[in-house]
Design a protein around this ligand. Structure first.
Ligand code: NAP
Length: 284
């Protein structure tokens, strides 16, 4: 049986460390501030945004949730972002996706100051990740790296296989594994003989959006398996992209869903907001 990587526990531990850091910053007159903009009435987005606000409150980050109606024009949203770009008390700006169809998310992200882009989705911040000069890391991949480190799982020299190549998870995750000296293979929907490749992995990271797709015979015995997937069935029950019951019998370490990668994503957003505040106030 594998060791279950407890993302909830690690997340709480890391957040306590951040709360201490925020106290130290408060002593210097700096309170990190995060603005989260939500456009429209998407129910899951509202829950995510609320959870981000609660997480900020717990560690002492000032947070503002800005709710805009579904029919908001793109130009109005950009104007709001520009106002936030100018504000000294706001260090991080995040626009919750999905946005209504008439709004182009790329244009919106590009209007966020790169110094306040705590999701690290803008072209400038994505480019910095490519050359290893990032200030912010995208939250989900950063959370995975943090989990591996906290469990003392060595990445250097390991065969790492990333299943999924999305801009927000797969690609940056692969870059971070490589920056940590892993030997990385990236798989996607056109990959032939997926199981043959996943079976080579010492560290297998899966972000496919395909419920319980990865079975035990696709995993090398003793591999570390990180499941980024979050899929909801018709009853709202959450499952990962890995068949946890099967794969936990062969893996050495495995993340559960829920309670694995998920909690770390918001935790890394807190980290990015603190990093932004330090930079914006000239504290490094
Ligand atoms: P996405 O944009 O839909 O990307 C899915 C990726 O999986 C694509 O690159 C796709 O390949 C690949 N794929 C699909 N079917 C495949 C197959 N049969 N074989 C190999 N590769 C296949 O999804 P995403 O935004 O990266 O998210 C992935 C999952 O992570 C979702 O379940 C999402 O909810 C979850 N997620 C969780 C968190 C968290 O905090 N835990 C954060 C973000 C996302 P192509 O590129 O060829 O289409």
């Amino acid at each position: 049986m594998s060791t279950i990587i407890d993302g909830k526990k690690i997340s709480e531990m890391v957040r306590q460390e951040y709360a201490e850091e925020i106290k130290r910053l408060a002593g210097m007159g700096v309170v990190p501030g995060l603005a989260v903009i939500i456009v429209g009435d998407d129910a899951p987005s509202k829950i995510y945004v609320r959870n981000k606000g609660i997480a900020c409150q717990q560690v002492g980050i000032h947070s503002e949730i800005i709710e805009m109606p579904e029919e908001t024009e793109q130009s109005e949203l950009i104007e709001k972002i520009q106002q936030l770009n100018e504000r000294k008390d706001i260090d991080g700006i995040l626009v919750q996706v999905p946005l209504p169809k008439h709004i182009n998310p790329e244009v919106v992200v590009a209007s966020i100051s790169p110094d306040k882009d705590v999701d690290a989705f803008s072209e400038i911040n994505v480019g910095k990740i490519m050359i290893g000069r990032q200030r912010f890391l995208p939250c989900t991949p950063a959370g995975v790296i943090e989990l591996l480190k906290r469990y003392n799982i060595e990445i250097s020299g390991k065969e790492c296989v990333m299943v999924g190549r999305s801009d927000i998870v797969g690609k940056p995750m692969a870059m971070l594994l490589m920056q940590n000296d892993g030997t990385v293979t990236i798989c996607h929907s056109k990959t032939k003989n997926l199981a043959e490749i996943t079976r080579r992995a010492d560290i297998l990271v899966v972000a496919m959006k395909k419920s319980r797709y990865i079975k035990a015979d696709m995993v090398k015995p003793g591999a570390v398996v990180i499941d980024v997937g979050m899929n909801r069935d018709e009853n709202g029950k959450l499952s990962g992209d890995v068949d946890f019951d099967e794969v936990s019998k062969v893996a050495s370490y495995i993340t559960p869903v829920p309670g694995g990668v998920g909690p770390m994503t918001i935790t890394m957003l807190l980290k990015n907001t603190i990093t932004a505040a330090k930079h914006n106030h000239g504290i490094e």
